[in-house]
Design a protein around this ligand. Sequence first.
Ligand SMILES: Nc1nc2c(ncn2[C@@H]2O[C@H](COP(=O)(O)OP(=O)(O)OP(=O)(O)O)[C@@H](O)[C@H]2O)c(=O)[nH]1
Ligand SMILES: [Mg+2]
Length: 405
Amino acid sequence: MDFEDLFTDDIPTELASDSTQEKDVALALLLRLYAGNTQNQKYFSLLRRNLQEYLPEIISRDALKDERERTLVEAFRTLSAKFVEQAQLPQLKNKCLVGVGGRFSAGKSHFLNTLTGRLHLPTGQRPTTAVATYLVGQEHPSIAAYTANETRVPLEPEELQSIAHVFYKNYGLGFSDILKKIVIGLPDFPWPGIALLDTPGYNNDDEENRGDRLFDEKIAREHLSNCDYIIWLATADNGSLGQSDIAFLNSLHLAHPCLVVLNKADGKTEGDLRSIITTFKDQLDNAGIAYCGVTAFSSTLNTEYLGATLLSDFIAQACNDQQARQDMKQELLNLQTEWQQMNQQKRDALSQTNAPIRRGIVKSESPQYIRSLVEAYSLNHTLIADLTRQSKAFNLQIDKLLNHE
Ligand SMILES: Nc1nc2c(ncn2[C@@H]2O[C@H](COP(=O)(O)OP(=O)(O)OP(=O)(O)O)[C@@H](O)[C@H]2O)c(=O)[nH]1
Ligand SMILES: [Mg+2]
């Protein structure tokens, strides 16, 4: 099969036939995916454990009411997640990540195929994308799967097709527990500065497969939260944004630019589209969701409607976003400097209050007052010691991340 024009809406007949041979192919693929890289496994599980355990160690007692500290903790959390992602998938290094999210069958994979001008991603009428998949520019074409065993496994295009939901509906074989993400490297990818991410539909209204649905939602949320830009793909045929879309968008706590694209706009009149766009904007405003525009598009016809160029402008903005493409190492070092400054200022402020307390203890004649001053003095000391310990723990975490590179 040719890499370029492999994927169609339908399951290829050779995969659809319930032959033992096809099952063998799928099993062989599963076996390859289950093979682990022990060294990597140890390294990443240690890194992950450290990252999970570091937070209580570095957060100070007043973190909840300290806006600056909260922002820094959040920035560190996002940055370290991105750092791990890039260590696992070096092709994403210094790329601005543009994620596409939306309900199942909104046309996310079709939309990305249209944007990149090729049929790289499997599409279909039933839930199709099972694993978060990045598309990225690369000198030679390649597909790599990253497994739960921290191993990169090269895939053939046929194997990528077989990983689609449709396949395991037919064969009862699931990949999404062992496969964490897929990266497709493309020599003719039009934008060297970005990586595009296709996610599984976050809702599959199929009650029978509720487990799959929640799992897909988790995968979509995890990956979209790591993105620098988000394209939310809704469909024009629904006329309005569903409550579950609103709830999901709210749960992303969007801090990054988000463009809402009404896909499948083909067949709608201009009047219809204008009124649907107004309805969407009203709904987003009422829900307090930050977005930078709503535009109508057809992935089938590769057309943005109403003379708008919001989509191409959005992609161009992502390509030019130097901040999002900044070297992770530098970003971590900047964050470390900011953190240490904050920590030092807190320690200085506490030390400054120590001198008057000491003077009060010496001068006061009331034993009760002296006792309360001594308590305040010792609390100050504990807080300063905590801050010193947190500062050391934070530096240690940064060292661990940087030395793991
Ligand atoms: N008419 C029309 N159909 C479209 C358009 N975009 C996608 N479709 C169709 O919608 C169906 C679903 O498309 P996919 O790209 O698989 O949708 P998806 O959002 O990736 O779905 P999941 O991976 O299951 O979440 C396919 O049959 C597509 O051909 C469009 O712009 N217009
Ligand atoms: Mg898809």
